[in-house]
Design a protein around this ligand. Sequence first.
Ligand code: FAD
Ligand code: DLZ
Ligand code: SF4
Length: 512
Amino acid sequence: MANLCVILGDQLSTQISSLDKIKPKKDWVLMAEVKNEASYVKHHKKKIAFVFSAMRHFAEELQESNYQVHYTKYLDDDNKGSIFEQVKAFCDAHEVDNIFIAHPGEHRLWEDVQCWHDKLNVKVEITPDNRFIADKAFFSEWAQGRKQLRMEYFYREMRKQQKVLLDEGEPVGGKWNYDEKNRESLPKGHKLPKPDSFKPDDTTQEVIELVTNTFSDHFGNIENFHYAVTRKQALNVLSSFIENRLPAFGKYQDAMAQGEPWMYHSHLSLYINTGLLMPMEVIKAAEQAYHDGSAPLNSVEGFIRQILGWREYVRGFYWHFMPDYLSKNFFLAQRKLPEFFWTADTKMNCLKQCITETRDNAYAHHIQRLMVLGNFALLAGLSTKEVNEWYLIVYADAYEWVELPNVSGMILFADGGKLASKPYAASGSYINKMSNYCQHCEYSVKEKTGEQACPFNYLYWHFLIRHKEKLSNNHRMSMIYNTLSKMDEDKVNRMYDDAEDFLKRMSKNEEV
Ligand code: FAD
Ligand code: DLZ
Ligand code: SF4
């Protein structure tokens, strides 16, 4: 008789709570590369390669620590195609006392695990998901009785609870948030540090071959795979971020530049989300850089807010509102996702750049996801369901717990304002201010109507007019609706017509 610990592909940490429940040599660990997880949406090729290679390396690491690992590779003859079927086959062949599994990150899998006990007649214990700092209950308690669930206030609670960047209970420097210093665009000719790159070893090569042959119909380029696949490598990415990028992270956090996918971002999300790095060790490394004087407060606070604030907040938010959150669609957005979201074949240079980089790297930085891709999806009224699926597919760091609140809540305002106080809608001038994309575009960002006009400009007003009834009583929108009411009627009509024409052409997949 023995116990079985099931480790999912995004739980690759020796600190994972389920592993504490079993004993090396005596008990078993089960890991499996399965069709259900790799294809429930058609994940980007690089995402599958990253997860499978990281899983294989982690299994080896466990074996080196004397754990008995039952690992099923994707093409193994006894691969049953789902985590449950894999566990069932193991239980049929062995006498299993208890199954331990850390709380799955996604609701669908958590629901599935709820039924394992009945189906297998084996005791199943779901242990806490300690890849997060706050537990689920902390968010629910914080949310209770609040009219609004703004991230900023949750973040302050987390800073206090975890004693991060605190000086006798007060925020270091006197303020909780230094975002007003974090809005610079990248100066012309600025030299950026190179991203960390790891040469694929034999295990990764084998996985790349598998993905190339088996997932050829999935989105994305598999060439030039350079991501870390072990904890040791991920720790290297962390330390080189702290040294080379963190000092300028804040200043250029919102900047975008032609041909520069990596900027001063950390590129750590895929490692934190799979357990290769723990959020608190990343936060502590950044905090230490501030105390050592090697990074300024606006950068360190801004970076820590993303992890201790946003990451923890969206995860709590997800579990608080699931499963109802999946069907939220405040604007009833249902326009089909245009082909160019897959091909990058569009004259709109900002979108072309962001989609091409997404296809090449399974990565785009936050402001590209939010203010270019997300902003366009919002303004064009693209289907909430399809946009969510697209984001879940294309990024190596995407799991529903983080993707859904960011997409439905942050970019599409599909929850009617539970997460954001107003839609993040912007015209082309925002993109022009924060990037040099417009300088390389066939459209003119200065023009508001006509063939040459930037589509973001007329789509912006079209969006506001379309949803006036739903938005005009939002006090944060009153200024913009006031401006609209004073605009020349002819000009407004021309913009509206241009937007209608654009959307019609886009829906027919004509080149736009
Ligand atoms: P950095 O800019 O260096 O930020 C540091 C860390 O903060 C990230 O590694 C991440 O762990 C965390 N973080 C930052 N912003 C957020 C946020 N809004 N929500 C949660 N964590 C955050 N992040 C994902 O991890 N997975 C997703 O599927 C995902 N989908 C997104 C979809 C949209 C529409 C938007 C607007 C944002 C999304 N994000 C997602 C958040 C953010 O864009 C990515 O975490 C970030 O771009 C990852 O790159 P980085 O590691 O270089 O981040
Ligand atoms: C993302 C992913 C992929 C592509 N493949 C697997 C897999 O084959 N086996 C596995 O255990 N996990 C995989 N994962 C991660 C899971 O999808 C993830 O655990 C759930 O989405 C819950 O967050
Ligand atoms: Fe994007 Fe408009 Fe600028 Fe072109 S002009 S890059 S479409 S914002």
